[in-house]
Write a protein of this length. Structure first.
Ligand code: ADP
Ligand code: ZN
Length: 724
């Protein structure tokens, strides 16, 4: 509808730009809040959302501009979603318009639906000499009916190209049809499994609550957490509501999607960054219309304008990738809880290694604990062996201990598979010149370049900078003088090939499998036992199930412990536990070997004795003593700019009025550990605050006292995960 009549109403419209509030526009009639409208903004025409008027009513500018168009075929954004975006903006201290932008990041969502080419039988007589495939297509069709190509191909059991050639030969006729309807309804009764007793109790506990409720669904890998939370999915579906399942690495979740389809008879809608614009459009609209019942997505799917959301599942709730570190900095796990609270619905956090924040909320009674005590079907947990590298390290050029190599050998002899885990891409983390000691560093970052032998180059893992591997040292000119220090997965691969020349080994990292299709093929080869030894980064740690994998070796179990970061203990435990969970998931017993220089470290001991409660208790006690999260709230403030002196000067000015008192302390400014990133210098403050105070207000008051020079940037990171 185009607006041209007299405009008697004033509406507030929020636009997806870095603005803090909605602007006023005129329109000829009353519009429901949440309507999507086209409005002029400076020289542009942009799509915004009719928002709640600011307190005291919409301001009336002298020259009121008019709404240009109302998108009446898109359902208005629900009030609860608008409220959610507002709360997310104020919690993260981001401009509201930037948050709206995340919810509308689908440029083509408002175009009219594109028609698709369909096919109908032409009147031409059926040719006797048809190939079997072509005949199947014709037989699958009825005269007078139109068919979309993909479903027709499925029905006839051929590829779409067969249909296209039939059309070219005049046996089929092309017709324009409406765009394909979005995914069909998942059916909770399609193929449900029978839960065992523990699982039934857990499912009952999850589903007996009405209204807002957060549950932690906790249990070791393989205990059936997924099956149990599927019962919450089914409950919401039976009530006619939508469900959102958040997964940390959606591009890697093929197995999960197949499993969903087996249970519910149709594929769920997907939401992640690799979708085509057409897929994004279709899903966004189907979610907004309430037609898409189940969305499986990365953290950004929380921003979709669900028409009738009934339940949110956050799988692997402890996963750090739920934290978005750029643009609007937010933690999708925490925001899922907020969204559930506003919508008065249930939120299920799922993990075998819950975060300390979540455990604290459980212990304080804010979250309900739903626990699965054992692996499904009686599969045993793997045995964990600690290997003391102080005693077993052979020389500086080798990284696998004799104990681990022996265990691998025995595994291969039994016809089983081994996995070596090292969370480091490339060949070596540091490369230097043997002659002069020159270290290869990134030109733009405070970081060493990592050699990637397979690609013959050196790479910065922070900014993506790549140089070809030089023939001679740029410092002293000595030829062929590069030496590698420390291991990456490529180097472990070399050592494995040297030790087990007969075995079939592969490296699995984001370098070798950056394309989901490629990864899927590789995973299939592992399941089919075409591979004996897998050397992988964390890409392999999650979710996969390899029945013949019984031996897991962690090359450097200490890797996450160094650096002294707040979550070092927690993260190391979570990652090592997760990797260990890859071993022996079927009938064969699994063994895990942790190579460590600190066999007495609390994490190693807790893993070995499977004493998770002990570790959680100690960790929470230490955090409480140090007044660290989850007992306090942290805020990271990062000042960055191209000229270090300007950054320091501004940081010092800020320091003079930094909040300091009984309930809040400010540390810094200090040069960030990653002092230079993409040619910008970075200085940090860390604010430690009592959780009872309104920290956003405190920070706003503080930072508004000093004017930020236009060349500098100030980033606020509420509840930081990264301290680099
Ligand atoms: P988790 O999510 O805790 O790792 P899953 O839900 O993936 O556990 O279950 C582990 C394995 O056990 C899967 O292969 C799953 O299909 C199977 N499983 C779990 N519970 C049942 C059940 N009640 N009936 C049949 N199979 C089950
Ligand atoms: Zn760099």
């Amino acid at each position: 509808m185009v607006i041209d009549k007299e405009n008697t109403n004033i509406v507030s419209v929020l636009v997806p730009y870095p603005v803090d509030k909605a602007y006023s526009y005129g329109v000829d009639r009353a519009l429901p809040k949440g309507s999507y409208v086209l409005v002029p903004l400076g020289p542009r025409e942009v799509i915004g959302v009719v928002w709640d008027a600011p307190e005291g009513g919409a301001d009336k500018p002298k020259k009121l501009k008019n709404v240009l168009h109302v998108f009446e075929d898109v359902p208005p954004m629900p009030a609860v979603h608008r409220q959610f975006l507002s709360r997310l903006a104020s919690y993260t201290m981001s401009p509201l318009g930037n948050v709206l932008k995340m919810a509308m990041s689908v440029p083509r969502a408002f175009d009219p639906p594109p028609p698709v080419t369909g096919y109908t039988l032409s009147t031409k007589e059926m040719d006797e000499g048809l190939t079997a495939k072509r005949r199947k297509v014709i037989e699958a069709m009825e005269y007078g009916q139109s068919y979309r190509p993909a479903p027709l191909a499925r029905k006839a059991g051929c590829s779409v190209s067969v249909i296209k050639t039939l059309a070219k030969d005049g046996l089929l006729r092309e017709v324009l049809m409406d765009a394909e309807s979005p995914c069909s309804d998942p059916n909770p009764n399609y193929d449900p499994v029978t839960l065992n007793e523990h699982q039934q109790t857990a499912a009952q506990k999850l589903n007996e609550q009405e209204g807002f409720c957060v549950s932690l669904l906790d249990g070791v890998t393989g205990s059936g957490k997924t099956e149990v939370y599927f019962s919450a999915v089914s409950k919401a579906l039976r009530e006619g509501k939508q469900v959102l399942i958040l997964l940390p690495e959606i591009a890697l979740s093929n197995a999960f999607l197949d499993r969903f389809e087996d249970r519910y008879g149709c594929a769920p809608a997907l939401w992640h960054s690799d979708l085509t614009p057409a897929q994004r459009r279709k899903t966004w609209r189907a979610v907004a219309a309430g037609e898409s019942k189940v969305v499986i997505g990365a953290r950004s799917s929380l921003m979709l304008p669900f028409a009738n959301l009934g339940c949110i599942i956050v799988d692997e709730e402890h996963d750090p990738s739920y934290k978005q570190e750029e643009g609007v900095i937010y933690n999708a796990r925490d925001m899922a809880v907020l969204r559930a609270a506003l919508g008065k619905i249930s939120c299920v956090l799922v993990s075998a290694t819950p975060s300390m924040e979540t455990m604290h909320n459980v212990k304080d009674g804010r979250y309900q604990m739903v626990h699965l005590p054992a692996r499904f079907g009686g599969a045993l947990m793997p045995d964990i062996h600690l290997i003391d590298m102080k005693e077993e390290r052979e020389d500086a050029q080798h990284f696998l201990s004799q104990s681990l190599k022996t265990a691998m050998e025995e595994t291969l002899e039994r016809g089983e598979q081994a996995l070596l885990f090292l969370n480091r891409r490339g060949y070596a983390p540091l490369t230097l010149c043997r002659h002069c000691g020159h270290r290869y560093e990134c030109d733009r970052c405070t970081a060493w370049l990592v050699e990637h032998k397979s690609q013959h180059n050196l790479q910065c893992h922070h900014c993506g900078y790549v140089v070809r591997k030089p023939k001679a040292c740029p410092e002293c000119g000595e030829a062929d003088s590069l030496v590698a220090c420390g291991p990456g997965v490529e180097r472990i691969f070399d050592e494995v090939q040297e030790t087990f020349p007969e075995a079939k080994s592969i490296v699995l990292s984001s370098d070798t499998a950056d394309d989901p299709k490629e990864l899927k093929a590789l995973l299939k080869r592992i399941v089919n036992k075409e591979i004996d030894i897998i050397i992988g980064t964390q890409i392999i740690a999650k979710g996969h199930h390899f029945p013949k994998l019984t031996c897991v070796g962690v090359v450097d179990a200490d890797l996450g412990l160094t650096g002294g970061d707040l979550r070092a203990t927690e993260r190391t435990w979570q990652l090592l536990h997760q990797v260990s969970g890859r071993a022996g998931r079927a009938e064969d017993k699994g063994h895990v070997y942790l190579q460590t220089y600190y066999p007495d470290n609390k994490v190693m001991l807790a893993l070995q004795s499977d004493d998770r409660e002990g570790l959680i208790d100690i960790e929470l006690m230490e955090r409480e003593g140090a007044f660290m999260p989850p007992f306090s709230r942290l805020v990271g403030i990062i000042i960055s700019g191209h000229k270090e002196q300007e950054v320091i000067h501004f940081a010092q000015e800020l320091a003079r009025c930094a909040p300091y008192g009984d309930t809040v302390r400010t540390l810094g400014p200090a040069p960030a550990p990653l002092l230079r990133l993409r040619n910008k210098y970075r200085y940090r403050f860390l604010v430690v605050a009592d959780k009872k105070i309104d920290i956003q207000k405190t920070i706003k008051h503080w930072t508004s006292q000093v004017k930020l020079p236009s060349k500098l940037r100030l980033t606020v990171d509420i509840d930081p995960y990264s301290f680099l």
